[in-house]
Design a protein around this ligand. Structure first.
Ligand code: GAL
Ligand code: ZN
Length: 674
């Protein structure tokens, strides 16, 4: 595994660069990411390029043996561009133009912006693609961040109409698909269709879902514009006299981001990367993953400065699952951050723990953000590996401590992460349930995360994959809410089960068609033959109302809350409702299919209930667990024969992993060889 750092030479005097480069090498870093926000320095006025400073910075870094990942600078168009061409600016959901003065102030559907993107990307690629130190490219930065995934400008409105014409061909087809018979919404001209904002009452959910899809497709197309330019320059490289390396193309994602279809974006990249800020994610993003009551109580056993390992792990595993392949952490928190709620301090050991966590999750590289704390700009209060005064910070010290174990890291990295369980993630299901949660606490990601935490608690690795993934090498597939049920997914899961796999489908699966209309078939729609059961009744339950459960499965019982579905046969019931209107109806069913089986889980489970079901299923499916009893706050991950044990708690823990007793101090990571 390689280590690197994000560096902004444009923030520092050139006299300092050689010392920085030397300190980077001494800390064991071999990668530097540069340039992703430096458009104004690269092109101070339209058509006038200044590469001198970047040439010099790259030479200085390369002289210390550092390799460069170069960013295309399109996340931060310069002031001159924003003023001269105001139609590049995005419009928010209130119809207001967003302005210059921070970053991401552009619309991917602006023809003007696309033209300037082509210019700057071509220029930077022509300049550096031949440079032997430049090993790869990061396109833009965090697509969709700062609520920029969806723009509502007039360019987007026109592009949306074109997108709809390509999708539906005729207005009749659109009217039928969208169900515009409702509330007199029939369209008689494409020009009548607007982006779904500023409506008086709630808009048509099919209209909105299509806008989400269109917006995501717009980013995919914008990313492709940049990939095509970079690729054409890289192809020129294959000339026998030029350097023979093959630079990679990636972009940096945001973990469990919900506004773009990362599967579509990932498809065109050589590998994916993401930006990991464990304390910020624990404070901010965790709200989307836990029920409110859990976050408020927080998890007392976790050390206060390490973030939430389940949230961080979920994002690592989700990122790896996008291509079911190794990934990079393109930005790794290496001290306190500045954009969260408390921006808590970070103690010695935390950065090393995060680095091991990334490695345990299949990262090929970890690039720390950032080299030195900034004296200027919005991120003045953000830490770096070096402090403001240039002296080593807490992260730099951890890096030095890691030097002694770099060999061990290599040995572990040599083995792929190969879980036997897959969790299905579909952004379209996510969007559709987000548009109609039907219950305050129903959240697609939260539901997925219940199963993820249960798996983590049991020490079971998982890939979080798209429904189109090759499921061949998994033994079990969990689809918590396959909401927009497609015939294709039903066939995929049926084949998987028939071949000996275990399928676990959760509530609300198959409720709708891929268009986002409700199915006219008995529920769970396209999946009912697979699971051999039908949902005869369903209810959303308000807080305080719950139904008792009874089951023969060890540790499965307690209450069904939030969402309940009563199930009918012929599948075998494995749990039943024991109180309330669904009493004696099945709550969990199992159906034999070929050599495998398919289960339908009719309520929104707690982590404990999900763990009981998974434990029961994995024991029968012969999926091994590294340990019987993993303390809360401790993560155990598997790479080949190595179990990596990570302690995110305040206490020294002793536990048995692969039959061996291990003692791990707070913030420590240890490797157990089976
Ligand atoms: C990331 C972003 C970086 C920097 C960092 C601060 O989301 O990509 O440019 O802003 O956050 O934590
Ligand atoms: Zn727009």
């Amino acid at each position: 595994m390689r280590l690197g750092v994000c560096y902004y030479p444009e923030h520092w005097p050139a006299e300092r660069w050689p010392l920085d480069a030397k300190l980077m090498r001494e800390a064991g870093l071999s990668l530097v990411r540069l340039g992703e926000f430096a458009w104004a320095q690269m092109e101070p006025a339209e058509g006038q390029f200044d590469w001198g400073w970047l040439d010099q910075a790259i030479e200085i870094l390369a002289a210390e043996g550092l390799q460069i990942v170069l960013g295309t600078p399109t996340a931060a168009p310069p002031a001159w561009l924003s003023k001269a061409y105001p139609d590049i600016l995005p419009v928010d959901a209130q119809g207001r133009v967003r302005r210059f003065g921070s970053r991401r102030h552009y619309c991917v559907n602006s023809p003007t912006y696309r033209r300037h993107t082509e210019r700057i990307v071509t220029a930077i690629a022509e300049r550096y693609v031949r440079h032997t130190a430049v090993i790869g490219w990061q396109i833009d930065n965090e697509f969709g961040c700062h609520d920029t995934a969806r723009c509502y400008c007039h360019n987007c409105a026109s592009a949306f109409r074109r997108w709809l014409q390509a999708r539906y061909n005729t207005l009749d087809a659109l009217n039928e698909a969208w169900g515009t018979a409702f509330w007199s919404q029939l369209y008689s001209d494409w020009e009548e269709i607007d982006p779904p904002i500023l409506t008086v009452a709630q808009p048509n959910p099919i209209h909105v879902l299509d806008y989400y899809r269109f917006s995501s497709d717009s980013y995919v197309a914008y990313q492709q514009l940049q990939i095509d330019i970079l690729k054409s320059q890289i192809t020129n490289l294959q000339h026998p006299t030029s350097n023979t390396q093959n630079p990679f193309i990636t972009t940096n994602f945001l973990g469990n981001f919900a506004d773009l279809d990362y599967h579509d974006l990932a498809g065109a990249l050589d590998f994916v990367s993401w930006d990991s800020y464990p304390t910020g994610y624990a404070e901010v993003v965790a709200r989307d993953l836990y029920e409110a009551k859990v976050v408020v109580k927080s998890q007392p056993q976790l050390a206060y400065d390490v973030g939430d390992p389940y949230v961080t792990g979920f994002c690592h595993d989700l990122t790896r699952g996008l291509k079911q392949a190794p990934f990079w952490v393109m930005e790794q928190q290496c001290g306190h951050i500045n954009w969260s709620v408390f921006n808590r301090g970070v103690n010695p050991g935390a950065v090393r723990l995060w680095t091991w966590h990334a490695l345990a999750s299949g990262a090929d590289a970890v690039v720390f953000f950032r080299w030195r704390a900034a004296l200027l700009g919005y991120e003045q209060l953000h830490s770096g590996l070096l402090r403001h005064d240039g002296s080593p910070g807490v992260g730099y010290a951890d890096l030095l401590n890691m030097q002694a174990e770099r060999k061990l890291m290599e040995q572990v990295s040599a083995h792929p992460v190969k879980p036997q369980i897959a969790l299905l993630l579909d952004y379209h299901d996510l969007w559709a349930t987000q548009l109609q949660p039907h219950h305050r606490d129903f959240s697609y990601y939260r539901h997925l995360f219940v199963f993820y935490r249960a798996l983590q608690q049991l020490g079971l690795g998982t890939d979080i994959v798209p429904p189109t993934a090759d499921l061949g090498h998994y033994k079990m597939v969990i689809a918590p809410t396959a909401f927009l049920g497609s015939d294709k997914l039903a066939a995929t899961l049926t084949d998987f089960a028939a071949g000996g796999g275990v399928v676990l489908l959760g509530v609300r699966s198959g409720f709708k068609t891929p268009t986002n209309r409700v199915t006219d078939q008995p529920l769970p729609g396209v999946f009912r033959h697979l699971v051999g059961a039908t949902v005869t009744e369903w209810q959303s339950l308000p807080p305080g109302v719950s139904f008792d459960l009874a089951s023969e499965i060890p540790n499965l019982g307690g209450l069904a809350e939030t969402w309940v579905e009563a199930l009918g046969g012929p599948a075998e019931p494995l749990a039943r409702y024991a109180s309330g209107p669904f009493t004696s109806h099945a709550a969990l069913t199992e159906n034999g299919i070929g050599d495998g089986r398919a289960l339908y889980l009719g309520w929104y489970p707690t982590v404990e209930q999900a763990a009981a079901i998974i434990q029961y299923l994995t024991a029968r499916a012969g999926i091994p667990r590294p340990a019987d009893d993993i303390p809360p706050g401790v993560v155990v991950a598997q790479r080949g024969p190595h179990s990596i044990v990570l302690n995110f708690t305040n206490d020294t823990i002793t536990t048995t992993i692969q039959g061996q007793s291990v003692t791990v101090a707070p913030r420590d990571a240890q490797v157990v060889l089976a």
